[in-house]
Design a protein. Sequence first.
Length: 208
Amino acid sequence: MAAYIQNIGIRRIVGMILGNMILGIGIAIFRASLLGNDPYSAMMMAGAEHVPISYSTLLLIVNAFIFVAEFLWGRHFIGLGTFANWFLLGYVAEFFIDLFSVFQIAERGMAVRLVTVVVGVLVVSIGVSLYQSSDLGVAPYDSLSIIISEHCPVPYFWCRLATDVICAVICFLLGGIVNVGTAVCALGLGPFVHFFDENISKKVLGRA
């Protein structure tokens, strides 16, 4: 293990863990606005309302099923980051969801809620950037669209859009929140993630 850590570098490991923690905070910020989360998180939150387990526990279970597909058809995507996202993200997000609830953002008017979404976009983007730039494995859900694009004559963008739309539809059918935050996460994070990739993450992680 020591040799493995030395080979990949401690900075990448720290960056990957920090990225997942920041991503969890971003998910909680979106939740505080009650204007929608990224499609997968929104689906999990909606699902947790219908079963006697928490969002974080449901996320662990569903990720386990998705991981089977990743193991069978995308084993080369598995790394430390896969497991960090799988076992860490939900609990970080849930902790901060409870913490931010005291601010009652959803009751402070639409302007405050929209500003909260903007803050959420920036926080989620830098979290995704650090996690992805570390290049230490792909999260179970994120691997789905990549695996599909590798096995079907469909570009990655459309595969990712399809999986996100399916999650958003399921969220809606379960009575969850599908709103501006959902759309922004599904379609609008790319430029922000790219900005943080080029100006912060790759430089911090020594991958520029």
